[in-house]
Write a protein that binds this ligand. Structure first.
Ligand code: SF4
Length: 345
């Protein structure tokens, strides 16, 4: 679109978008921070089509399609919400009574031959024979090409099927790895195709298999296993710390965005906490960070916290908080007296 080169880097289905917004007057656009730069591509596209609608661009920190700001919805009252970058969040349980269009944005750059070779050499050095391929949605379209290359070099590859129809084969989210779980018994290691380490870390916590990352943005191939093992060990330590100190007063953080409001999970944890002699406090939070948590801790001075909204917040964002902050899966290990690590629920 237009003179904006970022628009050329991503494949967006503009036809679907055009069809969905035909006849509407007010649109609220949302996107994760890394893809907010695509807002301008949409704006330019609408102008090129002489589509003069009221466009509102959300600046909220929408990490996934799980997050929609209810405050924005209630005040702006858009006819349609367009979320750029993800498909529909499969674990959503709240109907917000609004039409939401999910428009994935696929990163177009294909892996270069030397990058494919580097993936193969990394696998070879470790003597892995059977590799599970997973990707974040932006890179899902290159999984097949990577698989073909590795197969041509004698590596057996597997792309699992997600338990949810909304998701592509091999696609994972930070909190949803059923595509990986479906092939877990067949593979020696996992090749994660995504930017950064976020999805790779989740893959390790779910599978405890060696993890290689191919980052399509940098073109780099990394053996991530050692770093993942360190984070895993920290999580286990934290669980045992809460368990062994017999901490009882727990803050259950309840998300209020539709995809992060996990009503059934919260009620289950609350009930089980009481049954097992814990003292649970329900804390509502649109967005959890160390400052928000500290403000609540100043009020109640609880022993530890469990974040039910996004299970990655305790691991990726506030792991160094001065009190233990657990995921639902980690708390359930304590409640049900389980030793084996459980992620994320
Ligand atoms: S990991 Fe967190 S931000 Fe990502 S989809 Fe899951 S709940 Fe949403």
């Amino acid at each position: 679109m237009g003179g904006n080169s970022i628009c050329e880097l991503y494949e967006i289905d503009y036809n679907v978008l055009l069809e969905a917004v035909r006849g509407v007057k007010k649109i609220l656009l949302t996107a994760p921070d890394g893809l907010k730069k695509l807002y301008d591509c949409i704006r330019e596209y609408f102008l090129s089509k002489k589509l003069f609608v009221e466009l509102y661009f959300s600046s909220s920190p929408s990490y996934g399609s799980c997050y929609i700001s209810m405050g924005e919805l209630e005040l702006i009252k858009p006819d349609i919400i367009v979320h750029i970058g993800h498909n529909e969040y499969p674990l959503i349980s709240t109907n917000i009574g609004k039409k939401i269009l999910y428009i994935p944005a696929f990163y177009k750059r294909a892996p270069q031959l030397e990058e494919l070779e580097e993936m193969y050499q990394t696998i070879l050095r470790k003597n892995f024979k059977r590799i599970g391929l997973i990707a974040s949605i932006q890179h899902i379209k290159i999984l097949g090409k990577i698989g073909e290359f590795l197969e041509s070099r004698g590596i057996r590859t597997y792309i699992g099927k997600s338990a949810y129809n909304q998701m592509f084969p091999g696609q994972v989210l930070g909190c949803e790895y059923s595509a990986l779980i479906s092939i877990i018994d067949k593979i020696d290691a996992v090749l994660t195709v995504s930017g950064g380490r976020f999805h790779a870390l989740g893959a390790y916590l779910v599978s405890r298999k060696p993890i290689i990352i191919y980052d399509p943005y940098s073109g780099k191939v990394i053996d991530f296993t050692k770093d993942a093992v360190k984070i895993y060990a920290k999580r286990l330590y934290l669980v045992e710390h809460v368990r062994n100190n017999n901490y009882r007063r727990v803050g259950l953080i309840v998300g209020v965005s539709p995809g992060q409001y996990r009503d059934r999970l919260v009620k289950y944890l609350y009930r089980l906490s009481k049954e097992k002699g814990f003292e649970p406090y329900l804390i509502v939070s649109d967005y959890v960070n160390e400052d928000r948590l500290a403000s609540i801790d100043n009020a109640f001075n609880l022993d530890f916290y469990v974040v039910t909204s996004c299970p990655r917040i305790p691991i990726d964002d506030i792991a160094s908080f001065y009190k233990p902050v657990l995921t639902p899966g980690e708390y359930l290990m304590i409640l049900n007296n389980i030793r084996q690590y459980a992620f994320p629920w």
